[in-house]
Ligand binder design. Structure first.
Ligand code: IPM
Ligand code: MN
Length: 354
């Protein structure tokens, strides 16, 4: 097959980790006779520096006309420490998610047997955990209006808004995953306090009774879900939740895997699909060849499987990552003092595929 991939390296470690995923995709292309054409585009602080816009129209055009998008990371400390900045790198990511219609973000969590001890949690707790977080990605507090400050500037507000349509379409995605897994969806919300959460419960229950009554649906308040995730992660199959709760819970889920540097994600929706690691731009590590590229390489595996229907190729990438991890060919976050850097891990995984 021949596919075009928009590559958006972004900020911090983004360029280094996406370069490893491209290496691995090239190895897949050579082995299975596929042609991947990469179209590079700017996003985030890197784009602000060049043209003042964190998600320029040219980048949007490239994403829209490609078969899929591979994204690195976004964020730069010079903006984090400046609350008055008018344009922020993160706005680029949000604008991209919204304008590509990426309403469902899928974050799988499953610890590697050889890495159980890398988690700060006990082996007996993390062993056997296997769940996915389906995070709503284009609604809620991230986008709700009104937002901002009052005239005096001494009050600020954000708004959480959800429509039934927005809830229903992402719930469909969660039930579809559950049908292929253990048939269980847990809706995480704060229905004891928030009106939006009560609409989530009502809508997801309606959809369940209408179309998915053969599946098990249960509900958890987000505070309780956070506790259960680190005390009883085996209890979860598919977690369905709104944007902000999903953001927080999926970082927490990184603790189960031992390193947030191992967790990939896929975003799908109306128009495109996008694949990205769940971690951020890790600016302290930028340019040092120490960041873990595995989350981005596994995101490329999800692209092969979900966007291109290349199951065998995706499985080959996963197996190569597992082998590298089992053999200790890992970056410092997993093997302290490791002699393997970002690029060496990328070379090794690409080599295993070839
Ligand atoms: C993520 C990130 C983003 C988010 C930031 C960078 C805006 O934390 O993808 O989880 O909050 O969605
Ligand atoms: Mn996050």
């Amino acid at each position: 097959m021949k596919k075009t991939i928009a590559v958006l390296p972004g900020d911090g470690i983004g360029p280094e980790i996406t370069a490893q995923a491209v290496k691995v995709l090239d190895a897949v292309g050579a082995k299975y006779s596929h042609t991947f054409e990469y179209r590079y585009a700017d996003i985030g602080a890197a784009a602000i520096d060049k043209c003042g816009d964190p998600y320029p129209d040219t980048t949007h055009g490239i994403c829209m006309s490609s078969d899929s998008v591979l994204f690195g990371a976004i964020g730069d400390p010079k903006y984090d420490n400046d609350p008055t900045a008018k344009v922020r790198p993160e706005q680029g990511l949000l604008k991209m998610r919204k304008s590509l219609g990426l309403y469902a973000n899928i974050r799988p969590v499953k610890p590697y047997p050889s890495l159980l001890s890398a988690s700060p949690l006990k082996d007996t707790i993390v062993d056997g955990a296997d769940f996915i977080v389906v995070r709503e990605l284009t609604g809620g507090m991230y986008f709700g209006e009104p937002r901002g400050r009052n005239e005096a500037g001494d009050k600020a507000f954000d708004t959480c808004v959800y429509s039934k349509m927005e809830i229903r379409r992402v719930a469909e995605v969660a039930f579809a995953f559950a049908a292929r897994r253990r048939g269980r969806v847990t809706l995480v919300d704060k229905a004891n306090v928030l009106a939006t959460s009560r609409l989530w419960r009502e809508t997801v229950k309606e959809l369940h009774d209408e179309k998915y009554s053969d599946m098990c649906l249960d509900f958890l308040f987000v505070d309780n879900a956070a506790m259960k995730m680190v005390s009883n992660p085996r209890d979860f199959d598919v977690i369905l939740t709104e944007n902000m709760f999903g953001d927080i819970l999926s970082d927490l889920a990184g603790v189960i895997n031992g390193s947030i540097g191992l967790l990939p994600s896929a975003s799908t929706g109306e128009r495109s699909s996008l694949y990205e690691p769940i971690h951020g731009s890790y600016p302290q590590a930028a340019g040092k060849n120490i960041a873990n590229p595995v989350a981005t390489i596994l995101s490329a595996a999800m692209m092969l499987e979900d966007a291109f229907g290349a199951a065998e190729e995706g499985a080959a990438v996963r197996q190569a990552c597992e082998k590298a991890i089992a053999e200790g060919v890992c970056t410092q976050d997993i093997v302290p003092g490791s002699r393997y850097g970002t690029s060496e891990v990328g070379d090794y995984i690409a080599g295993l595929i070839g």
